[in-house]
Design a protein around this ligand. Structure first.
Ligand SMILES: Cc1cc2nc3c(=O)[nH]c(=O)nc-3n(C[C@H](O)[C@H](O)[C@H](O)COP(=O)(O)OP(=O)(O)OC[C@H]3O[C@@H](n4cnc5c(N)ncnc54)[C@H](O)[C@@H]3O)c2cc1C
Length: 237
């Protein structure tokens, strides 16, 4: 008796499910088979040449992911956006100093000026439709590995509003520029990587893109204009 009641109920449920599927299409199940791939979230720090190349590399090799780059300046280009002192140019010939998948055949000289390299990177950014991945004027101020939950907590400051907030991801990619010392603790981090400790912090300081005045005594008593090669006052000569 109980068995026949159960089979009756299961038949009714199956009919209801069939009807719903006919009306709404297949329902997305919250149960995933063992070893099914999960969507991952990746945060990259910096949208210089390296950050833009990361967008392209991930597009080429990954499918199920979200990717956001936080960039502290108002434009992409990194080194070539920031360094504008007179005569600033690359010291590797331009036909080698470019992304192999986006060759520029129109460099104006063998060692192209900063402005031209930045224009090249901005064109590539627009042409490859990379804007959706980049959040400009947002500085990453800290990244903390949370051992228990197996993800990164990333602290970000919106430089337009001054507000800070947190983001979370499985991977942090550090494309924040050439470090001055060897104090970069992590570049690419895999959650299962055994060497990481709870709440470890990726150090964001002391990079070439975080320029500093040299320690010269009396420097700031100088009565003339002080300019730094990485923060050149436009038009100053
Ligand atoms: C004058 C000059 C000439 C050079 N010439 C050559 C050359 O000829 N050949 C060569 O190989 N290399 C050269 N370099 C080195 C050059 O820096 C690298 O080649 C290349 O530009 C590095 O690109 P990147 O994207 O890794 O870093 P960067 O171009 O430095 O970009 C890093 C980006 O990260 C952002 N960022 C940093 N910290 C944060 C943060 N906390 N939050 C959010 N965003 C952040 C920065 O604003 C920047 O946009 C030169 C450098 C300079 C300054």
């Amino acid at each position: 008796m109980a068995i026949s009641r159960l089979s009756q109920l299961s038949m009714q449920l199956r009919n209801a499910e069939d009807q719903e599927r006919e009306q709404n299409g297949p329902a997305e199940s919250s149960y995933k088979p063992l070893r099914a791939a999960s969507k991952i979230r990746i945060i990259t720090i910096g949208a210089g040449a390296s950050g833009l190349n990361v967008i392209r590399t991930l597009r080429k090799h990954l499918t199920n992911y979200e990717h956001v780059i936080y960039e502290k300046t108002p434009k992409v280009g990194g080194t070539w956006y920031e360094n504008r002192y007179p005569g600033c140019k690359c010291d590797i010939q331009s036909h080698n100093y470019q992304l192999s998948w986006k060759p520029n055949r129109g460099w104006s000289s063998s060692f192209s000026p900063a402005e031209e390299i930045e224009t090249y990177l901005c064109h590539l950014y627009a042409e490859e439709d990379m804007q959706n991945h980049v959040t400009l004027e947002h500085e990453v101020v800290g990244a903390y590995w949370k051992e228990n939950s197996g993800h990164w907590k990333v602290k970000i400051k919106n430089l337009k509003t001054g507000n800070s907030f947190e983001d979370h991801c499985e991977f942090v990619l550090n494309a924040s520029g050439v470090p001055k010392g060897v104090n970069l603790q992590f570049t690419l981090v895999w959650p299962d990587y055994g060497a990481l400790v709870e709440d470890s912090k990726a150090d964001m300081g002391d990079h070439a893109s975080h320029w500093q005045w040299p320690e010269i005594s009396g420097l700031h008593e100088f009565s003339g204009t002080l300019v730094h090669s990485a923060n050149w006052t436009e038009g100053f000569d």
